[in-house]
Design a protein around this ligand. Structure first.
Ligand code: NAD
Length: 487
């Protein structure tokens, strides 16, 4: 299949009151596997964001007053069109972002589910009645839209990480300005805009403005944007949090991770090593929930390291557009050099290379390091690449201390044949998500997703959490007749 070269409506454009050139110019779409330029997208700047925010404010109140079943119908139609255009969207995800075919297919399905879940959410109760201390008074609390929500998304799961904010934010009556990363602007923005446009979303309710830090910063600082939903690195999230704090703006921050998989002495090592390989190498390790630290009991560490290295050596690395592979390319050279530097410095500090450690262009071999100690970069840093560092422990207490020995707290996993032991450990691990007898990369659209510590500011995506994230609570009280106060 080769459908990405068509002269699309979005070619050299952004989506902001229809398709138009960006004031900020344009940016090439480069395929990481080949270095080939696949097309050009509009690249928004601060002026494009200004224009989008003004238009979004104008469109929002009519959208919020549209009956909920009509808003839900637009989301359901968007879901249908997404599936109908699945092969085109998957091809872009594969070629623009280096996704494997299986990852692209899973992401498309998860994005579809998010759209349907956002539509279905509108049929749930959206508030509550409370008793009153005042006779004859009725207290009602309801969720009201924020107004304009700014969504800033990264390139690694470009569809899902955009839609998990965009869909619920739109559903409850907000307008949205989405700023995808320029490295994933087609899959993570412009194709979604086209789906919403064709699904009948009124003009001005959604703007898609691909751009870099300038556009992102303008969105964060814009006084008409009432909330920022940011997914990305902890460093950028921290600075966005600071700006939003100063402006008293609602902000949801979903940030980095350095996630521990604990393998206890009673674990099924074959199964644990499969979890470890999947958790570290899926999408070349470019996942916030990546298994970044394998903490393994001393009695089984040799067996585990050997099995993990054997699995790593069998994985196929290559161009996912032209070959059946398990790992595609890394997103760019900067990332590759950063990952390789972490591996080199850890080996220089005493870690043992059990597999991988080599690359050609952007194709990095799945890498296993054993003998990793907490002072090494492979333990401390978020790797975001196909590297599995193994660290040994002797007691459950030590495993918990090691797992918690990171400022991040996104996901964790425990392998044990004793569910009771796994549950006991899970309550001691500072992590937003803990999976027993599984790996760290898990996402279900209806279950609250999010991190602790340096992985976020307590925001959650999924299920009932979405109503709270993208609305504000309003208390309405009503008396049958006015009362008279002492003065
Ligand atoms: P990044 O922080 O560099 O970029 C994320 C987004 O922010 C991009 O759209 C980028 O253009 C924009 N941006 C950059 N500087 C900005 C600024 N000053 N103001 C406003 N916007 C700005 O992150 P990345 O390297 O693209 O993504 C990888 C990171 O994202 C990893 O740390 C990963 O763990 C994290 N991540 C977290 C989750 C989660 O759900 N917790 C999911 C995926 C990725």
């Amino acid at each position: 299949m080769n459908i990405v070269k068509q002269n699309e409506e979005w070619d050299n454009r952004i989506f902001s009151d229809g398709w138009r050139p960006a004031i900020g110019g344009s940016s090439p779409v480069v395929e990481p596997s080949t270095g080939e330029t696949l097309g050009n997208v509009g690249l928004g700047n601060a002026q494009d964001v200004e224009r989008a925010a003004q238009s979004a404010v104008r469109a929002q109140s009519a959208w919020a007053s549209t009956p909920f079943d009509q808003r839900a119908a637009v989301l359901r139609e968007a879901a249908r069109l997404l599936k109908e255009r699945g092969s085109e969207i998957n091809e872009w995800n594969i070629r623009e972002c280096g996704s494997t075919q299986a990852k692209a297919q899973w992401e498309l399905h998860a994005t579809y589910e998010q759209l349907l879940a956002a539509a279905a959410m509108l049929m749930q109760p959206d508030g509550a009645f409370y008793p009153s201390v005042m006779p004859g008074r009725m207290n009602l609390c309801r969720h009201v839209p924020i107004g304009v929500v700014g969504v800033i998304a990264p390139w690694n799961f470009p569809l899902l990480l955009a839609i998990r904010s965009v869909a619920p934010a739109l559903a409850v009556g907000n307008a949205v300005v989405l700023k995808p990363d320029p490295q994933s602007a087609v899959a993570g923005g412009l194709l979604l805009a086209k789906v919403f446009e064709d699904a009948g979303l009124p003009a001005g309710v959604l703007h898609v403005v691909p751009g870099g830090a300038e556009a992102g910063d303008a969105l964060v600082r814009h006084p008409l944007v009432g909330m920022i939903s940011f997914t990305g690195s902890t460093a950028v999230g921290r600075s966005i949090g600071r700006i939003c704090g100063e402006m008293l703006k609602k902000v949801a921050l979903e940030l980095g991770g350095n996630n521990a998989l604990i393998v206890l002495d009673d674990a099924d090592i074959e199964a644990a090593s499969s979890s470890g390989a999947w958790g570290s190498f899926l999408h070349q390790g470019q996942i916030c929930m990546q298994t970044g630290r394998h903490l393994v009991h001393r009695s089984v560490v040799e067996q585990y390291a050997a099995r993990l290295a054997a699995r790593a050596k069998t994985l196929r690395v290559g161009n996912p557009h032209t070959e059946q592979v398990d790992l595609g390319p890394l997103i760019n050279h900067k990332q590759r050099n950063r990952i390789d530097d972490i591996v080199r410095r850890s080996v220089a500090a005493g870690a043992t290379l059990r597999a991988g450690g080599e690359y050609a262009n952007l194709f990095y071999q799945p890498t296993v390091l054993s003998g990793v100690t907490p002072d090494m970069p492979a333990f401390q840093d978020e790797i975001f690449g196909p590297v599995a560092p193994i660290t040994v422990f002797d007691t459950d207490d030590e495993a918990v201390d090691l797992a918690n020995g990171s400022p991040f707290g996104l996901a964790a996993a425990v392998h044990t044949r004793s569910l009771a032991r796994g549950l006991a450990l899970s309550s001691r691990i500072k992590s937003g998500m803990v999976h027993i007898n599984d790996q760290t990369v898990n996402n279900e659209f209806h279950v609250p997703f999010g991190g602790m510590g340096a992985s976020g500011n307590g925001s959650r995506f999924g299920g009932a959490a979405n109503f709270h994230e993208f609305t504000q609570t309003q208390w309405i009280s009503a008396l049958h007749a006015p009362i008279t106060y002492p003065f």
